[in-house]
Every structure is written in C-alpha cells, then in structure tokens.
Design a protein around this ligand. Structure first.
Ligand code: SF4
Length: 302
C-alpha cells in the first residue's frame, strides 16, 4: 500500500508567490511511490498566483501572518482555512511541505519583528499539522537532503501505510504479522516502545479493535524516535548473528568490517542491508528476508 502523503502543491503545479513551480529531484522521484494529496494554503485562501509576499511577524508576543504590501493581517482567515482543511482531511501517513515558506516551512519559516529578522520556526500550516497530529511524520524537502532524516521519514510513512491496511482489514493474523515483520525496524527506533507494542498484541482481554487503536498510538510514538547510527549497528550485529556461524571466516570478516565501516560513516546503510539480504537469500532465511528492516521502503528512494 502506498503512503498517503500530503504534499505542498507547488511541488506539482505553479502555486508559488512568484508564479513558479518547485523542482526537487527527490520529491519528483517520491511522487511515484506515494498517494499524493496536494494542497496550497495560500492559494486556497484566494491570494492568487502570483501574489504579494506574506510573512510571519511577532506582534505583542503573538504570531501574525501579514502581507506587508497590502497591509492585510491574514492570521484569522488563514487559521480558519487551515483548521477547516485539516478537519476535512482523510487519514494521512505523513506530510512533505515546502521549506522556508511562512505557511509550509517546517522549522524553517522566517519570523520578523517589524522589519527585523528574529528567528526561524514553523509556518502556519506546518504548525497546525503538528498541533493536530503531534506524532505525524512531517518534513520538508530541505530536511530530506539529510540521509538519516530521509531514512527516518520514509521508514515511518511506509510503516504507517502498511498499518493502515491492517486497520482496514481488522484481521487478527494480519495484525500479528505486522508486528512480527516490523520487529527489527521498530526495535531500532525505540526498544522499550517495541516491547510495549508486543504487550498490546498479546493482550488477553481487549478486543481486536481496542488493541489496534492502542497499537496505533504507540506505533506513532515509536516512529517519532529517529534511529541513531549506534542503534542501527546493534540491529545489524543482531541480524549478522543469523549468518556468522554459517559463512567462512573471510566472509564473516567482510560482513563485520562493513558494519564497522557503517558505524564510522564510511558506507551507507543500504550497502550493509544488501549484503544481509544476499545472505538471507543464500540460506533461505525467509523470516529475515521479510523483515521490514531489510526493506523499509523501495530501494530507489535510499
Ligand atoms: S510553499 Fe505552501 S503556501 Fe507556498 S506555494 Fe507552496 S504550497 Fe503554497
């Protein structure tokens, strides 16, 4: 199942204040692997394309959205529009917004006091999404240039899309299977929460629906933890342990050496995962091959 992803409209069609379209090679590639929902809050507000620039200013300690050229204060209109839009949205697995925009920027929108630049923070739309769904995977194209942030975001949205299918199917064995297949991935994100998820699955008295709802809450929390390199290294050693007694000393040295190179940032995660996948194929370790840790999202997106 493809992740249902809310995307800033200007990645798809000309919506920017200057009448332009944003071209980002990674976002362009990602579109084919997700079910996109495009939205532009500024266009939806009727500001037109092109339009005079808007900016965030701090007045009397409050955040305001203003259009300096016209002198309009758009704060209330924008908040009402965004809240209405968010309430009408179907369930999404994440949001990918445009950086630096006073509406969409995720931590990258500029705040001013009068004409003076103060700091960076969330744009109005990004902030409203965070308030409504604090654990929703939310990023912008600038943040996604960092490979570890990209890994975190993509693993999260693909896991949530898969869990959406479990919720829709309401099938107990599919529920257990989801947890089993995500074991190594979720342990890498946050081991105590992975254990909590296991307890929810195994709970003896709750109904399936209750368990699924509880599981979703904890899953979202678990996915907010960005896996560190050392947590990946633990997981990679754990997986390597399935093979080290069955391969030659030279192969073992190569595998463990590769994990150490990953620890020191000399190779990417995908390089080690490829080797582990090869070993899993060779020894027909289906349990390992099916683990989402080895295939958290399509390889083209690594
Ligand atoms: S950044 Fe957001 S508000 Fe600005 S053009 Fe893109 S979608 Fe519209």
């Amino acid at each position: 199942m493809k992740p249902r992803l809310l995307i800033s409209l200007c990645f798809q069609s000309p919506a920017r204040y200057d009448g332009g379209l944003v071209r980002d090679p990674f976002v362009d590639k990602l579109k084919a692997f997700v079910e996109p929902i495009y939205f532009c809050p500024e266009k939806a507000l009727g500001l037109g394309v092109p339009r005079a620039k808007i900016r965030i200013v701090i007045q009397d300690g409050k955040k305001k959205l203003v259009q300096p050229e016209s002198g309009r204060d758009l704060t209330e209109e924008m908040e009402a529009l965004i809240n209405g839009y968010i309430s009408s949205l179907e369930e999404i697995d994440g949001a990918l917004l445009k950086s630096k925009s006073p509406s969409c920027g995720v931590g990258s929108a500029k705040f001013f006091k009068g004409e003076t630049y103060l700091k960076r923070g969330n744009g109005f739309f990004a902030e409203a999404l965070k308030e409504r769904w604090p654990s929703l995977p939310l990023t912008d194209e600038g943040l996604l240039r960092d490979r570890s942030i990209r890994y975190h975001f993509l693993s999260s949205i693909f896991s949530l899309a898969e869990f959406r299918r479990v919720k829709e199917a309401k099938n107990p064995s599919q529920f257990v299977e989801f947890h089993t297949l995500h074991k190594f991935l979720l342990k890498t994100f946050h081991e105590p929460l992975f254990k909590e998820l296991g307890q929810i699955v195994a709970h003896g008295t709750k109904t399936l629906e209750e368990k699924i709802n509880l599981y979703q809450e904890s899953l979202l929390r678990c996915l907010t933890y960005k896996p560190s390199r050392s947590r990946h290294v633990n997981t990679l050693y754990h997986l390597a342990g399935y093979f080290t007694k069955r391969i030659s000393q030279r192969e073992k040295n190569h595998l463990l050496g590769l994990i150490e190179k990953f620890r020191h940032g000399k190779v990417d995660l995908i390089t080690v995962l490829e080797l582990l996948r090869g070993l899993a194929f060779r020894f027909e370790e289906d349990y390992i091959l099916k683990q989402r840790y080895l295939n958290p999202f399509p390889d083209e997106l690594f």
